[in-house]
Design a protein around this ligand. Structure first.
Ligand code: ADP
Length: 313
């Protein structure tokens, strides 16, 4: 059976990445090693899906600067379809300062640049790339007005909508919330949306109830090294994360979201789709970087085969 069409909407940034022994305290200066990588939540998610063998469309807004050119090139090389991407004259592409400690923890500051200027009319015209029966993934780095417009388009286009509410910000209308099929916060985002501290599967279950009250059909909360919790109106399940040695957790959530969407597009049953997303995210945290740490379909198949043996033992 052929895969369902897949389209991502979100941000693209140039990541200026400093590897440091540990994260600095306020007022402290530390030595680190700088490298530059393509990033941005939307771009990372689209690349995660492309690495798994999909050919997703991606809408993002870039400046016409050097960063924009290299970000566009890296998306094309990763196998993402870039026809919908807007390149805006005189604008600066988004960038992010990423600090990664030796223990894999990170701190991130973002200058959104062109990402902050995504307008409603561009979103409306980008939706012409959404094909019949598509899965659409959106993150919250784009302005809320643009997201509201995109979510409104669901009425005409009838796509299935995965909403990754990161970084959490206000402004999504209640109608927009009701059009979401899967909302996929991490622990921090679930707390910000519900006021419930998510520290284990029990508290995730409580937060999921509140998330469903906002309007989405289902909630899928990621809990870092603990795994993920799913709930809709009639059933729920929790899956443990795969045990791996994390060296850099940058983009773990993006790997999870990109892979979850790709797995649904490949028509995997829900639970299998979540399991594959956990595998992709686990492999992602064993490597440094954002897009460069997204595993290939073969690497994920190999990994899952070895885990099945472990699970059977
Ligand atoms: P974010 O990166 O958005 O903060 P999480 O920290 O919840 O999101 O991580 C997303 C997913 O990445 C988790 O559900 C899990 O599958 C995987 N993951 C993150 N950290 C680890 C880890 N240390 N070991 C295994 N998997 C991990």
């Amino acid at each position: 059976m052929t895969a369902r069409p897949l389209m991502f909407f979100g941000t693209t940034n140039l990541d200026l990445c400093f590897n440091v022994e540990r994260l600095p305290m306020p007022g402290e200066s530390l030595m680190g090693i700088l490298s530059r990588h393509p990033g941005g939540k939307g771009a990372n998610q689209a690349v995660a899906a492309a690495r798994l063998g999909l050919k997703p469309h991606f809408y993002t807004r870039l400046g016409d600067d050097d960063a924009g050119q290299s970000l566009l090139k890296s998306l094309t090389e990763a196998g993402v379809c870039t026809d919908a991407i807007e390149i805006c004259v005189g604008e600066v592409s988004g960038s992010a300062l990423v600090l990664v400690g030796d223990d894999g923890s990170n701190m991130i500051v973002i200058d959104p640049g062109a990402n902050a200027k995504v307008a409603q009319d561009m979103i409306a015209s980008a939706t012409k790339f959404i094909e019949h029966d598509a899965i659409v993934v959106a993150e919250m780095g784009m302005p809320s007005v643009a997201l509201n417009r995109l979510f409104e388009m669901k009425r005409d286009k009838g796509f299935e909508l995965i909403f990754n509410p990161a970084p959490v910000r206000p402004g999504l209308s209640s109608a927009a919330w009701r059009s979401v099929d899967f909302v996929t916060p991490n622990q921090r985002e679930a707390f910000e949306l519900t006021g419930i501290e998510v520290c284990d599967f029990d508290s995730a279950a409580a937060a999921a109830v509140r998330l469903l009250d906002l309007g989405p059909r289902a909630a899928l909360i990621t809990l870092g090294a603990q795994g993920a919790y799913y709930a809709d109106a009639t059933h729920s399940f929790a899956l443990h994360a795969f045990p791996v040695k994390a060296v850099d957790t940058t983009a773990a959530g993006d790997a999870f979201n990109g892979a979850f969407a790709a797995s649904l597009a490949q028509r995997l049953p829900l639970r299998e789709a979540v399991r594959k997303a956990l595998a992709v995210a686990a492999l992602c945290v064993t490597r440094r970087g954002a897009q460069s740490s997204m595993p290939s379909a073969d690497a994920v198949d190999e990994f899952l085969k070895s885990q099945t043996i472990l699970e059977l033992e």
